[in-house]
Design a protein around this ligand. Sequence first.
Ligand code: ADP
Ligand code: MG
Length: 252
Amino acid sequence: MDEPILELKDICYSYHSLKGETPALSHISFRVKKGEFLVIAGPSGCGKSTLLSMIAGLLAPEEGEILFPQGKPQLGYMLQHDHLFEWRSIYQNVILGLEINRQMTQAKLEQATRLLKDYGLYRFKDKKPSELSGGMKQRAALIRTLVLEPDILLLDEPFSALDYQTRLSVSSDICKIIRSTGKTAVLITHDLSEAISLADRIIVLSRRPANVRCDMPIRLTLADDSPLAARNAPEFAGYFNQLWKEISDEKH
Ligand code: ADP
Ligand code: MG
């Protein structure tokens, strides 16, 4: 029963250009369970986006395999920048994926409206993206991804364009939304604190070419549901020190 929804087996990948070869991923293997919130952390330029593009099927591994043992899931991909279109209203942006995928059914459109209401954006549905705050835009981008009903959400540093304070509340907000839907998520970040505060499990990648340095389950005792709750959890500092040590011990 405990079959993973996603399995990476010994993935290797190099970029080839006229200047030569850039090895990006080296023998990466891990499994993700259904409903798990996995965070992949690692230094800038180590190969995180390459890995996520590969899971999304945008790049093919040179060696190794990516398997979906429970059948090919619907994948939702959300990037660092919200990529909302300024000439479309928030509502039109949210239903863009439905339009492109020819899924503009009554039920899906109602679902889009329900998500806008649930996540506090309904009042802003006729506004242009520039009229919304960074956090609201990120929420709109998430709704656009969620209306396509993905089984796995792939999020590539979705908060890194936000200022620090906004980032704390938006990341905790978006994490709650994703958890409430019970979806499987793979989120990428270069920020260890963010990783600990959001994850059920963290995989830390080494410097390029990336391989798995450590794979650690995270269990926090949360005092309340504020954006800072995870960072104030008694276990937080211990995890941080452990992960920091893993990264700093790296030989290069
Ligand atoms: P991260 O997301 O961890 O910052 P990336 O996966 O974007 O890292 O990139 C990993 C490495 O591969 C980097 O050194 C980057 O310069 C290189 N790289 C990324 N994309 C390309 C490309 N299209 N061609 C050549 N090298 C690339
Ligand atoms: Mg990246």
